[in-house]
Design a protein around this ligand. Structure first.
Ligand code: GLU
Length: 421
């Protein structure tokens, strides 16, 4: 069952409205930023293993490309809706702007349940998506990437289908590809890495010793798994006390070994049942008494209903849209420092951008170069948002609103310079 009770696009628009007011945006600019510039809705007939054709609904939304080609992942999810994709494409617009990439924001989605599909069915679905949506993709137009339940193999099928359509290898049309097909080193853990860099910077500002922090992770997909490992690696310490995934969670106040949990998840498909840990629900994990909480799953897990019980000092949003606006207000009043999604998880799209650059040059960087450049991008972005918070102290902003002010201003300026508004 879906946990989403509010329309995510209404949330994205409400967040923008707040920023527009604080920035005194003129009406035309505000209204242009409230809606996607382009949307494509398609039906994908796919031959299933049982010989029958099943039709999947799919979307691609190009929210705003004033700063450059739209960029953003493709989600394969049974509860995908056009409004979720719209919200996520808006957040991608603010994400690329807040880290100052020369890109806009877009997002794609297919209503499907990949957990119930064979590899062959997934391949045919991925190729069908490109046959339909490929006509509006390209490194100068719109460049997809992996997201919830899509991965490097799916990107490989997609870039290959694009090759058959266009007759040439255009690796820069999609990112998050395998290394053998123009992928970038460091893309696999970039989302979590960028988030932990933000935590490092936040801890400095808050006067916390990051090395001794306790942390919990809700969601154990790509971002959650790497956050478990990288928190300790980058911060030089920290105690992981709980993790969860869609099937349940595990808790041990004495600490859990990240590598062993990842191995257990790979073997059994879930973190649940990990030896030596107590079982804990996703809901209870969120309200544990920890220094750091990483929501790393889906939207709307921190809501009006549980925000008052959140005890973490820092919430680092690796997922997109995990906190509702009502919860935001409560967390802010409680003095909890939220590193907002479109800043906290911008590491993924930043290395995706590095991948596009490497594809354009047809020359690849080493891992150290990627890490150094990612660190610089994230550190500068965090500092810019924090500066906005301090510059507008009298407005008593939270970090999300400060990040919105930075990002929206950049996109608005680009639109103005182009003569759109
Ligand atoms: N899907 C990721 C996100 O939400 C990455 C997007 C990209 O790399 O283009 O940021």
């Amino acid at each position: 069952m879906s946990n989403v009770s509010q329309n995510p696009f209404a949330i994205a628009q409400a967040q923008l409205d707040k920023a527009a007011k604080l920035l005194n945006l003129d009406e035309g600019t505000h209204q242009t930023l409230r809606e996607p510039l382009r949307e494509l809705v398609v039906s994908l007939p796919v031959r299933m293993d049982n010989g029958k054709v099943k039709v999947f609904k799919a979307f691609r939304v190009q929210y705003n490309d004033a700063r450059g080609a739209t960029k953003g992942g493709i989600r394969f999810h049974p509860e995908e809706t056009i409004d979720t994709v719209r919200a996520l494409s808006a957040w991608m617009t603010w994400k690329t702007a807040v880290v100052d990439l020369p890109l806009g924001g877009g997002k794609g989605g297919v209503i499907c349940n990949p957990k119930e599909m064979s590899q062959g069915e997934l391949e045919r679905l991925s190729r069908a998506y490109i046959r339909q949506v490929g006509r509006i993709l390209g490194e100068k137009m719109d460049c997809p990437a992996p997201d919830v339940y899509t991965n490097a193999q799916i990107m490989a099928w997609m870039v290959d289908e694009y090759y058959w359509m266009n007759g040439e290898n255009q690796f820069g049309m999609i990112t998050g590809k395998p290394l053998e097909l123009g992928g970038s080193v460091g893309r696999h853990d970039a989302t979590a890495r960028g988030g932990v860099y933000c935590v490092r910077e936040a801890a400095k500002k808050l006067g916390m010793d990051a090395k001794t922090t306790s942390y919990a992770i809700q969601g154990f997909g790509n971002a959650g798994q790497y956050a478990a490992l990288l928190h300790q690696e980058i911060l030089g310490g920290g105690k992981l006390v709980a993790v969860s995934d869609s099937r349940g969670g595990i808790y041990n106040p004495d600490g859990l070994a990240p590598k062993k949990i990842v191995a257990h998840k790979l073997k059994t498909g879930s973190v649940s049942g990990f030896p030596g840990a107590k079982e804990i629900s996703n809901a209870d994990l969120l309200t544990l008494d920890v220094d750091l909480l990483y929501p790393a799953a889906l939207e709307q897990v921190i809501t009006e209903a549980n925000a008052n019980d959140i005890k973490a000092k820092i919430v680092c949003e690796l997922a997109n849209g995990p906190t509702t606006p009502e919860a935001d207000e409560i967390l802010h009043k409680k003095g909890i420092f939220v590193i907002p999604d479109f800043l906290a998880n911008a590491g993924g799209v930043t290395v995706s951008y590095f991948e596009m650059v490497q594809n354009q040059y047809n020359y690849h960087w080493d891992l150290r170069t990627v890490y150094e450049r990612l660190d610089k991008k994230m550190t500068v972005a965090f500092a810019g948002v924090y500066k906005m918070l301090e510059d507008r102290k009298s407005d008593n902003l939270d970090m999300r609103t400060a990040a919105y002010l930075v990002a929206v201003e950049r996109v608005a300026t680009a639109m103005k310079l182009r003569g759109w508004v």
